[in-house]
Design a protein. Structure first.
Length: 186
């Protein structure tokens, strides 16, 4: 029999997509830090060119930045985080009501990257309040592994390198006894 217990906290990351960074950056970082605590990582812009899914809505060229936050995040907080990022997206809409930014929060643990989404699909698990968990990547045998449904850009070498760095930072924040067990997977 398993005995339910709260899992260790995760590291909150945020993927930001936009073609119009000049409209809200760096004011957005301050707003995100007010909501989720200080950032401890902000990537350089990364080309978002593995799909044209967002081109019509946002324009081109689209780029992505990945942020992580220093404060440990309870894993059951993902729903409220996604609702907060949705509200920020809505506040930053253009005059013609189009989104100028896409904010995708996720959690890194030693074992996985889980993103939050409002879109249902076969592999997504409903969390509540209209939000689903998307198991995007798993970490096994020293590397991130894509799943058949993983977004191709998250499996790119550039993003996997960033996620590896963020995973190592996450492990460094945890208690020493937990770190020893988790590092066996590195």
């Amino acid at each position: 029999m398993s005995i339910p217990a709260p899992p260790p906290p995760a590291t909150l990351i945020l993927s930001i997509l936009s073609a119009k960074w000049e409209l809200f950056w760096p004011g957005l970082v301050g707003r995100l830090e007010a909501a989720f605590g200080p950032t401890d990582f902000v990537s350089d812009p990364l080309a978002f060119d593995r799909t044209d899914y967002y081109d019509r809505e946002f324009g081109t060229p689209l780029t992505r930045r990945i942020l992580s936050f220093a404060r440990p995040t309870p894993q059951d907080g993902l729903v409220d985080i996604k609702l907060a990022t949705n509200a920020i997206e809505n506040d930053l809409r253009s005059e013609d009501c189009r989104r100028t930014v896409n904010l995708d929060p996720g959690l890194i643990t030693p074992e996985r990257l889980v993103l939050a989404t409002g879109k249902n699909f076969t592999h997504r698990v409903y969390l509540g309040k209209g939000i689903f968990a998307d198991l995007t990547l798993i970490y096994q045998k020293g590397d991130w592994k894509a799943l058949s449904w993983s977004f191709p850009d998250y499996n790119s070498p550039e993003i996997r390198a960033i996620l590896t760095e963020l995973r190592l930072r996450h492990l460094a924040k945890r208690e020493p006894t937990t770190n020893a067990r988790d590092k066996r997977n590195t």
